[in-house]
Ligand binder design. Structure first.
Ligand code: FES
Length: 202
Protein backbone atom coordinates (compact mmCIF):
# COMPACT_ATOMS: atom_id res chain seq x y z
CA UNK A 1 0.00 0.00 0.00
CA UNK A 2 1.14 3.52 -0.71
CA UNK A 3 1.57 4.95 2.74
CA UNK A 4 3.30 8.14 1.59
CA UNK A 5 0.35 9.13 -0.61
CA UNK A 6 -2.26 8.37 2.03
CA UNK A 7 -3.42 11.51 3.89
CA UNK A 8 -4.66 9.38 6.78
CA UNK A 9 -1.10 8.65 7.83
CA UNK A 10 -0.29 12.21 8.91
CA UNK A 11 -3.77 12.68 10.39
CA UNK A 12 -3.38 9.60 12.55
CA UNK A 13 0.18 10.38 13.59
CA UNK A 14 -0.97 13.86 14.68
CA UNK A 15 -3.33 12.30 17.24
CA UNK A 16 -0.55 10.83 19.33
CA UNK A 17 2.41 12.29 21.21
CA UNK A 18 4.45 9.20 20.30
CA UNK A 19 4.18 7.68 16.84
CA UNK A 20 4.43 4.17 18.32
CA UNK A 21 0.87 4.70 19.56
CA UNK A 22 -0.35 4.75 15.95
CA UNK A 23 0.63 1.13 15.40
CA UNK A 24 -2.87 -0.28 15.87
CA UNK A 25 -4.76 2.03 13.49
CA UNK A 26 -2.04 1.48 10.89
CA UNK A 27 -2.41 -2.28 11.26
CA UNK A 28 -6.16 -1.95 10.67
CA UNK A 29 -5.50 0.16 7.56
CA UNK A 30 -3.07 -2.43 6.24
CA UNK A 31 -5.53 -5.21 6.90
CA UNK A 32 -8.29 -3.36 5.06
CA UNK A 33 -5.97 -3.15 2.06
CA UNK A 34 -5.06 -6.82 1.84
CA UNK A 35 -7.69 -8.58 3.92
CA UNK A 36 -4.96 -9.76 6.29
CA UNK A 37 -1.57 -8.62 7.52
CA UNK A 38 1.16 -9.60 5.12
CA UNK A 39 4.82 -9.72 6.15
CA UNK A 40 5.37 -6.70 3.94
CA UNK A 41 2.60 -4.79 5.74
CA UNK A 42 4.15 -5.62 9.11
CA UNK A 43 7.49 -4.30 7.88
CA UNK A 44 5.93 -1.12 6.44
CA UNK A 45 4.03 -0.38 9.65
CA UNK A 46 7.15 -0.98 11.73
CA UNK A 47 9.03 1.58 9.65
CA UNK A 48 6.19 4.10 10.00
CA UNK A 49 6.06 3.90 13.79
CA UNK A 50 9.72 3.28 14.57
CA UNK A 51 9.36 -0.21 15.99
CA UNK A 52 10.91 -3.49 14.93
CA UNK A 53 8.96 -5.93 12.79
CA UNK A 54 9.04 -8.37 15.70
CA UNK A 55 7.44 -5.84 18.02
CA UNK A 56 4.71 -5.04 15.50
CA UNK A 57 4.19 -8.72 14.80
CA UNK A 58 3.78 -9.40 18.53
CA UNK A 59 0.94 -6.86 18.62
CA UNK A 60 -0.64 -8.27 15.47
CA UNK A 61 -0.66 -11.78 16.90
CA UNK A 62 -1.85 -10.79 20.39
CA UNK A 63 -5.13 -9.22 19.27
CA UNK A 64 -7.43 -11.72 17.60
CA UNK A 65 -9.08 -9.21 15.25
CA UNK A 66 -5.79 -8.80 13.41
CA UNK A 67 -5.45 -11.65 10.93
CA UNK A 68 -2.07 -12.92 9.77
CA UNK A 69 -3.56 -15.24 7.16
CA UNK A 70 -6.10 -14.69 4.43
CA UNK A 71 -9.66 -15.20 5.63
CA UNK A 72 -12.75 -16.21 3.70
CA UNK A 73 -15.30 -13.87 2.14
CA UNK A 74 -17.43 -14.48 5.22
CA UNK A 75 -15.78 -14.51 8.61
CA UNK A 76 -18.22 -16.19 10.98
CA UNK A 77 -17.39 -15.51 14.62
CA UNK A 78 -19.24 -17.42 17.32
CA UNK A 79 -18.99 -16.20 20.90
CA UNK A 80 -18.29 -19.05 23.29
CA UNK A 81 -17.79 -17.03 26.48
CA UNK A 82 -19.84 -17.66 29.59
CA UNK A 83 -23.25 -16.12 28.80
CA UNK A 84 -23.28 -17.65 25.34
CA UNK A 85 -21.84 -20.96 26.56
CA UNK A 86 -24.70 -21.32 29.05
CA UNK A 87 -27.14 -20.98 26.17
CA UNK A 88 -25.50 -23.68 24.04
CA UNK A 89 -23.06 -21.64 21.98
CA UNK A 90 -20.93 -24.76 21.55
CA UNK A 91 -23.79 -26.43 19.70
CA UNK A 92 -24.24 -23.35 17.52
CA UNK A 93 -20.53 -23.34 16.73
CA UNK A 94 -20.51 -27.04 15.85
CA UNK A 95 -23.56 -26.62 13.61
CA UNK A 96 -21.88 -23.75 11.76
CA UNK A 97 -18.61 -25.66 11.44
CA UNK A 98 -20.46 -28.69 10.12
CA UNK A 99 -22.61 -26.76 7.64
CA UNK A 100 -19.67 -24.71 6.37
CA UNK A 101 -17.37 -27.73 6.31
CA UNK A 102 -14.76 -25.65 8.09
CA UNK A 103 -13.41 -26.28 11.61
CA UNK A 104 -13.09 -23.29 13.91
CA UNK A 105 -9.84 -21.46 13.33
CA UNK A 106 -9.64 -22.40 9.68
CA UNK A 107 -10.65 -21.19 6.24
CA UNK A 108 -12.25 -23.44 3.65
CA UNK A 109 -10.29 -24.31 0.51
CA UNK A 110 -12.80 -22.41 -1.64
CA UNK A 111 -12.22 -19.22 0.36
CA UNK A 112 -15.89 -18.70 1.15
CA UNK A 113 -15.91 -19.21 4.92
CA UNK A 114 -13.62 -18.70 7.85
CA UNK A 115 -15.08 -19.91 11.15
CA UNK A 116 -13.77 -18.90 14.55
CA UNK A 117 -14.86 -18.89 18.14
CA UNK A 118 -14.32 -15.66 19.98
CA UNK A 119 -14.46 -14.25 23.47
CA UNK A 120 -17.34 -12.02 24.60
CA UNK A 121 -18.44 -9.61 21.87
CA UNK A 122 -20.55 -7.49 24.19
CA UNK A 123 -23.95 -8.90 23.33
CA UNK A 124 -24.41 -11.10 26.40
CA UNK A 125 -28.07 -10.08 26.76
CA UNK A 126 -28.71 -11.57 23.32
CA UNK A 127 -26.70 -14.75 23.77
CA UNK A 128 -25.75 -16.82 21.90
CA UNK A 129 -24.20 -14.13 19.71
CA UNK A 130 -22.65 -14.56 16.28
CA UNK A 131 -21.01 -12.11 13.91
CA UNK A 132 -20.59 -12.30 10.15
CA UNK A 133 -17.87 -9.92 9.01
CA UNK A 134 -18.35 -8.21 12.38
CA UNK A 135 -22.09 -7.64 11.78
CA UNK A 136 -23.93 -8.86 14.87
CA UNK A 137 -26.71 -11.44 15.11
CA UNK A 138 -28.14 -12.23 18.54
CA UNK A 139 -30.10 -15.16 19.89
CA UNK A 140 -28.83 -17.60 17.27
CA UNK A 141 -29.91 -21.21 17.72
CA UNK A 142 -28.31 -24.30 16.22
CA UNK A 143 -30.77 -24.65 13.32
CA UNK A 144 -30.59 -20.95 12.51
CA UNK A 145 -26.80 -21.16 12.48
CA UNK A 146 -27.06 -23.81 9.79
CA UNK A 147 -29.58 -21.70 7.84
CA UNK A 148 -27.25 -18.73 8.08
CA UNK A 149 -24.39 -20.66 6.48
CA UNK A 150 -26.62 -21.99 3.70
CA UNK A 151 -27.97 -18.49 3.03
CA UNK A 152 -24.49 -16.97 2.82
CA UNK A 153 -23.37 -19.70 0.44
CA UNK A 154 -26.44 -19.52 -1.81
CA UNK A 155 -27.23 -15.80 -1.77
CA UNK A 156 -23.55 -14.75 -1.59
CA UNK A 157 -24.43 -11.19 -0.55
CA UNK A 158 -21.81 -8.56 -1.41
CA UNK A 159 -22.82 -6.68 1.72
CA UNK A 160 -24.01 -8.31 4.92
CA UNK A 161 -26.37 -6.32 7.11
CA UNK A 162 -26.76 -7.12 10.77
CA UNK A 163 -30.42 -6.10 10.85
CA UNK A 164 -31.26 -8.33 7.89
CA UNK A 165 -29.44 -11.33 9.32
CA UNK A 166 -30.98 -10.69 12.73
CA UNK A 167 -34.46 -10.82 11.19
CA UNK A 168 -33.68 -14.00 9.26
CA UNK A 169 -31.59 -15.96 11.73
CA UNK A 170 -31.64 -14.22 15.11
CA UNK A 171 -33.77 -14.44 18.21
CA UNK A 172 -33.73 -12.60 21.52
CA UNK A 173 -31.77 -9.35 21.30
CA UNK A 174 -30.05 -7.41 24.07
CA UNK A 175 -32.04 -4.30 23.18
CA UNK A 176 -34.98 -3.88 20.84
CA UNK A 177 -34.59 -0.14 20.60
CA UNK A 178 -31.14 0.09 19.04
CA UNK A 179 -30.51 2.35 16.07
CA UNK A 180 -31.23 0.98 12.61
CA UNK A 181 -28.41 -0.72 10.77
CA UNK A 182 -26.08 1.45 8.71
CA UNK A 183 -24.18 0.39 5.65
CA UNK A 184 -23.33 -3.16 6.61
CA UNK A 185 -20.04 -4.88 5.84
CA UNK A 186 -18.55 -5.62 2.44
CA UNK A 187 -15.60 -7.63 3.66
CA UNK A 188 -14.13 -9.54 6.59
CA UNK A 189 -12.28 -6.61 8.14
CA UNK A 190 -13.46 -4.34 10.95
CA UNK A 191 -15.33 -1.32 9.56
CA UNK A 192 -13.85 1.66 11.32
CA UNK A 193 -15.18 4.92 9.89
CA UNK A 194 -12.50 6.99 11.58
CA UNK A 195 -9.84 5.02 9.69
CA UNK A 196 -11.72 4.75 6.44
CA UNK A 197 -11.67 0.97 6.68
CA UNK A 198 -15.38 0.49 6.06
CA UNK A 199 -15.68 -2.32 3.59
CA UNK A 200 -12.34 -3.92 2.99
CA UNK A 201 -10.94 -6.75 0.96
CA UNK A 202 -12.60 -10.09 0.72
S1 FES B 1 -20.63 -13.91 26.49
FE1 FES B 1 -21.20 -14.00 24.39
S2 FES B 1 -21.57 -11.92 23.91
FE2 FES B 1 -20.90 -11.83 25.96
Amino acid sequence: MSWTADPRVEQILARYPDKKSAVMPFLYMAMAEHGYLTDEAIREVSELVGMTSVQVSSIATFYSMYKRERVGSYLISVCTSVSCAILDAADVLHAIEDEAGVPAGETGDDGVFTVEHVECIGACGGAPAVQVNYELIEGVKEDKGRELVRWLRDAAPDTVLGDEMQALFGGQRSFEWGPAEGEGATGPVPALDALGTTGGSS
